[in-house]
Ligand binder design. Structure first.
Ligand code: FAD
Length: 496
């Protein structure tokens, strides 16, 4: 029996928009409601399946009306959800409206985890507004501190010019979310050298605000949460400080933030801060005479003053508006747990993208990572599952969840990550095969029981499709041994 209410999607990011579009296509005669707190939505354009699991697309920020004109049966409600009443099957929005649903998909994204809340000198970067605020402050900055070791920190460190950057990471090597120590070393030389170079044309997945007028680009209302930025979020933002040099980075490894002091407090406590180290190996840092707005004490005892701090320490699923009165099962990371049909633990409530935690038994070579590609795949799959449930059909987990596959660019190199690229969860009985030409390419393959389980490809290696197939078909490669990465062997011909 048809239940009253609409198909409702919450969130105008990639997950929500993809879900709403797919529902609109499947049910052309039904009204689909997209409820979002941001004045713009994110649309995937120029989607291209590059191989079985690798995909490329551009992302455009558009006013909701553009989505409505492309899909006449989508209605965009620009208002944040303040409460979800699952018993009454409805969402209440800030504008005082009540929307009854028959099926609901929550795609409200995630929020940056800040190292400390409420400090005006600590910034998180998440949406267009916060990125612009960061750029504005950078134009007046001589030195900043970046905390965190994920993709955002990596990109910032590489892009910032004319400003000293002290980068504090809790690991031994940079980019631990994506790389092992070897790959990190391969990349570190690139930032430490500080040489300016031609900027890349664009990333695999591109971010644009094409077609937007000044009015539609205006800020989201105070307190509301905009969509997460994605690849190339810094394109079009001039990330330049007050100085003339290009890149000047000092990395502090294996440490965290112990305390942050404002200028007055620091003066009273009579603590000493350090000057910017001359080079990467400089241990002879001296007391800094300069007065800074804010000081950061690290757990290794070093204290540095700076103009402001960027907290790039990951995200937390944005579940808060939906939890009151609802007994959702939550993952360890705080996301709404979803099964392989993107269903949460509550009836007719689905979730997709950064807000959810994949709680189904995954393929041995897939893991969830809060990335743009997965937001799209989850939004699409959620729509298929919602549609199948309405129509009484069954649906299988989409093929994109068979293999983790991500393509991006770091430090001007193409980077492809496949499967258990960092041997995540493989225990100790795995081995690594490596091939590295300094400044050109870095290839790492993770093998277990003669099978390829994952790979990191940095540079123009052209190996992604072959390796993708080898990981997917789990062929026994024991007899090839190290010849697998022999540059004189044309591996593609081997496995054709
Ligand atoms: P979001 O895009 O965050 O969208 C959430 C939506 O929900 C927004 O429209 C928001 O307004 C709305 N919303 C929130 N609360 C409510 C509410 N109460 N009521 C109604 N609506 C609400 N990924 C990559 O793959 N590659 C990268 O290089 C990359 N770089 C990144 C750089 C930065 C600076 C950041 C912050 C993220 C980056 N990511 C990257 C991650 C990627 O952007 C996210 O994984 C992806 O955007 C998640 O999409 P989503 O649709 O789940 O959530």
């Amino acid at each position: 029996m048809e239940t009253a209410g609409k198909l409702v999607v919450v969130g105008g990011g990639i997950a929500g928009v993809t879900c709403a579009e797919q529902l609109a296509i499947t049910f052309p005669s039904e009204d689909i409601l997209l409820v979002t707190s941001s004045p713009v939505i994110k649309a995937v354009t120029n989607f291209k399946q590059v191989s079985k699991t690798l995909e490329e697309f551009d992302v455009e920020e558009q006013p909701g009306s553009v989505l409505e004109s492309r899909f006449p049966n989508i209605r965009v409600v620009e208002s944040g959800v303040k409460q979800l009443q699952t018993e009454e099957r409805c969402v209440l929005t800030e504008d005082g409206s009540r929307h009854v649903y028959k099926k609901l998909c929550l795609c409200a994204g995630a929020k940056p985890k800040l190292i400390c809340e409420g400090n005006p000198y600590v910034l998180g970067i998440r949406d267009t507004d916060s990125a612009q605020e960061f750029q504005k402050r950078l134009t007046k900055a001589k030195r900043i501190m970046i905390i965190g070791n994920g993709g955002i920190a990596l990109e910032l460190v590489y892009e910032i010019e004319g400003c000293e950057v002290i980068w504090a990471i809790k690991d031994k090597a940079i980019g631990n979310t994506f790389f092992d120590v070897g790959a990190a070393e391969f990349l570190t030389s690139k930032i430490i050298s500080g040489k300016p170079e031609a900027k890349i044309a664009h990333k695999r997945t591109r971010y644009t605000t094409e077609g937007m007028t000044k009015e539609t680009r205006t800020s989201a209302p105070a307190g509301s949460v905009g969509s997460a930025l994605g690849p190339d979020w810094h394109e079009g933002l001039d990330l330049k400080g007050t100085k003339e040099f290009s890149r000047k980075v000092h990395i502090e490894t294996m440490c965290e933030v112990k305390k942050i002091y404002l200028q007055e407090e620091f003066k009273i406590l009579k603590k000493k801060s350090l000057t910017f180290p001359k080079d990467h190996h400089d241990k002879s840092v001296t007391a800094d005479k300069e007065v800074w707005p804010v000081y950061v004490e690290l757990t290794n005892g070093n204290i540095y003053g700076c103009d402001f701090v960027v907290s790039a320490t990951g995200v937390t699923p944005n579940t808060e508006p939906f939890l009151s009165g609802n007994n959702f099962d939550l993952g360890e990371d705080g996301g709404l747990k979803v099964d392989d049909h993107m269903r949460t633990s509550l009836p007719d409530v689905y979730a997709a993208g950064d807000i959810c935690t994949a709680a189904w038994p995954p393929s041995p070579v897939w893991q969830q990572m809060r990335l743009w590609t997965q937001a799209r795949q989850m939004g699409w799959h959620a729509a298929r599952c919602m549609a199948a449930a309405v129509q009484g059909d069954s649906v299988d987990l989409d093929f994109s969840f068979e293999l983790f596959a991500h393509v991006t660019r770091f430090f001007n190199y193409k980077v492809v990550l496949l499967g258990k690229y960092n041997a995540q969860g493989l225990g100790t009985d795995h081995e690594l095969l490596l091939r590295c030409s300094k400044g050109q390419e870095y290839i790492k393959v993770v093998m277990q029981n003669g099978r390829m389980m994952g790979a990191v490809l940095i540079g123009e290696t052209d190996l992604e499709e072959t390796f993708e197939n080898l990981i997917l078909n789990q062929m026994d490669l024991s007899s090839y041994g190290e010849r697998l990465l022999d540059p004189d062997v044309d591996i593609e011909d081997y496995f054709d």
